[in-house]
Structure formats: C-alpha cells, structure tokens
Design a protein around this ligand. Structure first.
Ligand code: NAD
Length: 471
C-alpha cells in the first residue's frame, strides 16, 4: 500500500506537486510512500524564499539561537514519529533511529551554543582592525541516505546559526524524514529560513548549479562530490564536501580481545556498515589472526538481523537496492578471488535487502572489497607481519576519512595513530564522534569541515573591518 506523506516546505508552507516518486521500505523491497518531485520552477521558488528570508534572519543572532533551541525541543517532542519514518525508509532498527533523532536535536543544541568569533587585531588611537565572520546568504544542503536527519542537522544547524538561510535536499532514497522535519519546524523557524525539497538525483545537480546558493554543503559519495565541486567551481560558490572513506583499523599484538572484540565488531557493523566512519578493513598481527577472525565471526553469527520495526533486531537491511547489489558484487568478487567467509557471505532468503553479517578472511590489499568502500555489513580481516607495513597499507589509498589503532599500550597506539593519513584517528575506538570535534576528510574524503566551531566558520565569509581614527 502506498500513501502520500509529507509535502515539501517552501516559505513555511506546503507546495503542491503534480509529480511524485516512490519510496521503498528496504525491509520489504516494496514502495510504501510517494514523495514530491520538485520541479525546476519550485526549486527557483525555494531559493527565492530563502533569499527573501535572509536579511531579517541574519540580523539577530540571539533570535537564531533561541529558534535553534526551540527546533531541538520540537524534534524531541516528535521523536517517535520521526524515528518510525526513518526506520521505514532507511531500514535501521527503531532504537537506532531514535538515537539518530536524538543526535539531530543534539546537533541543533550544539550549534546554538556556538559564537561567531570577532578577532580584534589592533585597537589603538590610530585605528581599529577587526576580523568579522558574516553570513553568506543561501546555503544548499545535500544529504545522503545513511543518516539523513543527523547529517541534515549538522549542516543546517551551523548554517542557520551563522545567519544563512537553507534549502535542504535529502537523498531520493530517504526523503520522508527530512520532509517531515521541514513540516515540524514550520512554526519554529521563520518562513523561508529552512526550505525542504525532494526529488530524484537531477534535483541535486540543479541545486548545486543554481546561481542563488553561495555555499553548497554536500555529504555523499566521492563521485558525486567531484560533480558538486565542478558545478560549484564554475560559479565560484564555496563548497564543503563530506565524502566516502575506506577506514582502516590496525590491531596491535597486545590487544585484550575480551575487552575490545565488541568495539571492533560494532565499529564495522554499526548501521549495517553504512556509515562513512565505520571500519572498512581490519589489519591484524598474523600471530593472532585466527583468534580475531573467530571472535568477530562469532559475533557476526549471533547478531539478530531483521526488519528494524521488530523488537530485538540489531541490524536492519541494506538501505537501497543499488547498495544491496554492490555489496553482493564485492563479496562475490572476493570469494571468487580466494577469500573465505568465516561468517555470512550471502544474502538472506526472503524479501528485502538483507545480507548476512560477513567476516572475510584469507585476502589482502588489491582485492576490491579491501581497496574500495563497501558500505555494508562486511568486514575484510587482513593479516600483517610488520606493523610498519600495515600502516603503509592503511595509508595507501585515495581515501582519508578516519582510522584507528587498538592496543593495551595507549602511548604506542597513539604514536602510530598520529601517522594515519586521515581526518580523525581513534585509539581503541572507531566511529565514535565527539560533539565538539569537527568531521574532517583528508585526500578524496572531503574538502572543509563540519561540526563544532571549525564547522561553523565555513558557513561565513571573513571580513576585515578597518576603522582609521584621528586623520
Ligand atoms: P550520493 O553521492 O549518491 O548521493 C548523495 C546526495 O547527492 C543525494 O542527495 C543525491 O540525490 C545527491 N546527488 C546526486 N547527484 C548529484 C549531483 N550531480 N549534484 C548534486 N547532488 C547530487 O551518495 P549516497 O549513496 O547517498 O551516500 C553514500 C556515500 O556518502 C558514501 O560514500 C558515504 O561514505 C558518504 N558519506 C560521507 C559522510 C561524511 O561525513 N564524510 C557521511 C555519510 C555518508
């Protein structure tokens, strides 16, 4: 059964759409809702609404702060409805969806506590020289399907606090929770401040190319990120790109597996592996290889996989049909090349995009699932003899999002982790973001930062105020 759910929000109101597209529940593979397909004229309207709202919104940071805090409260009050939509369209278990809604509110609260710095460089009887950070205008926010609400809030929280207005476009695979968010916030944010539109992929391209936005804040794949950079560059717009990763975790020989096996497992399998900051490959000393593979395979076999709406489910389906096909292709390629599945290795019977949690052994760099971002519930475990060699292999990639080193000796691990070529290095943890720290991608994993003060400043233009006195 399909039902029509939320409308787009433009200038604080519904916009009627004649065209819609189907949204699948990945747990069933069935279309369960229709989402509006934004026309080019409606995109113009949304950007115009954001432009019109900008002068008033930029004027009062106190009002912006209060509005963001009110938005966080409104999201928390509506958490159950948002979480249910998220599970239905994305597949993650309902408790995880509730966690994402909580994070969404937390990102808005975090943004509301930030301040735009004013740096006085010189202030004497001759002159006053000051650096200001001023809003840019309209920001285009484009999000992927793995964590649509939290990633949207990370963008629009900072963008709005800085004084910009926003047009948010979620992935066509998961538009519903973002559309619902737009509806919920209509009477919390002034009209036009946050506009939420939905449509198929060409809408993202039209938004990135459009002359109105002065910054594109994009999270998604490297391939699309390069297109966004080209489109934004042609208009000299600013852009932030939070892109894919192929995070390596390096285990050292002294690790206590009883303490850390769960951390390693969930560092890879969180959100069914569909997290940019999940472990995508694990390097293990050869002397402990069998022990580690067995510990992870035990966990992979015991995890409860199923429809995220059912109680007790720990891992849902892959979120989209193309992602399901890609994971199957990469696992088949590895198995054909001589890898062994210590657990899983196949799709699960029945409807929906379910893949058995998989631990792959007997493989090395050069196999696609080690070299590429799998973004699924599959972890390749690779033995090493020399830790310097493991480090070199961890760094031998165009990706540079995150990495981790696991050891009983935090000092030794920290020294190695500092040499990982990536935006965030953890010791004895992975996929553990800190609220105050920005997300940073090195190499092809990103341009610019999001989150925290370092993520606020990119939503501003730096301005020099130079007042000359006494002439
Ligand atoms: P994607 O690149 O296919 O799509 C992302 C968004 O871009 C969607 O909203 C899509 O509709 C839109 N889009 C498509 N073509 C466009 C174009 N030409 N111009 C502008 N927008 C366009 O990515 P995805 O499959 O939705 O997401 C998975 C990817 O996102 C993975 O690579 C993952 O690692 C990455 N990701 C990165 C982070 C991070 O913070 N670094 C976080 C989450 C996900």
């Amino acid at each position: 059964m399909t039902q029509h759910l939320d409308q787009m929000t433009v200038n604080g109101k519904d916009v009627p759409t004649s065209d819609t597209f189907g949204v699948e529940n990945p747990a069933t593979g069935q279309i369960f809702a229709q989402a509006p397909d934004c026309s080019p004229a409606q995109l113009d309207d949304a950007l115009q609404a954001a432009s019109d709202a900008f002068p008033l919104w930029r004027a009062d940071i106190g009002a912006r702060r209060s509005a963001l805090l009110a938005a966080a409260v409104r999201i928390e009050e509506s958490a159950e409805g948002l979480a249910t939509l998220l599970t239905l369209e994305q597949g993650k278990p309902l408790p995880d969806a509730r966690g994402e809604v909580g994070l969404t509110a937390m990102f808005l609260r975090g943004a509301a506590t930030l301040d735009l710095p004013r740096e006085v460089i010189r202030d004497d009887d001759k002159e006053r020289l000051e650096l200001l950070h001023q809003p840019m205008g309209v920001v285009a926010a484009i999000t992927p399907w793995n964590a649509p609400l939290a990633l949207a809030a990370l963008k629009f929280g900072s963008a709005l606090l800085a004084g910009n207005t926003v047009v948010l476009k979620p992935s066509p695979f998961t538009p519903l929770s973002s559309l619902a968010l737009g509806v919920l916030l209509r009477d919390v944010l002034p009209p036009g401040v946050l506009n939420v539109i939905s449509g198929r992929d060409p809408l993202g391209a039209r938004l990135a190319e459009h002359p109105v936005p002065r910054r594109v804040s994009f999270t998604g794949s490297v391939a699309t990120g390069k297109r966004v950079a080209a489109a934004a560059g042609a208009d000299l717009k600013r852009f932030t790109l939070e892109l894919g990763g192929n995070d390596a975790a390096i285990m050292l020989d002294d690790l206590d597996l009883d303490v850390h096996a769960d951390g390693l497992f969930w560092g890879a399998f969180v959100n069914c592996g569909q997290v940019c900051m999940a472990i995508k490959r694990l390097y293990v000393p050869r002397s402990r290889y069998t022990e580690v593979v067995d510990a992870l395979a035990d966990r992979a076999r015991s995890v409860k996989v199923g429809d995220g709406m059912l109680p007790g489910v720990q891992l849902g389906p892959l979120a989209t049909a193309p992602q399901f096909a890609r994971v199957q292709e990469l696992v088949a390629d590895a198995l054909a090349g001589g890898a062994t599945a210590a657990a899983g290795g196949r799709r699960l019977d029945g409807d929906g995009y379910f893949f058995a949690p998989t631990i792959l052994k007997d493989l090395a760099d050069g196999v696609r699932i080690v070299d590429e971002e799998q973004f699924g519930p599959v972890l390749p475990v690779i033995p090493y003899d020399d830790v310097e060699d493991a480090l070199a292999r961890a760094n031998a990639t165009q990706f540079g999002l995150n990495g981790s080193v696991w050891s009983a000796d935090a000092e030794r691990a920290t020294a190695l982790a500092a040499r990982l070529e990536c935006g965030t290095s953890w010791v004895n943890a992975h996929a553990a973001p800190a609220m105050e720290a920005p997300l940073v991608g090195h190499k092809w994993s990103g341009v610019g930062t999001e989150g925290g003060l370092a993520g606020l400043l990119p939503f501003t233009e730096t301005k020099v105020m130079h007042v000359v006195r006494g002439r």
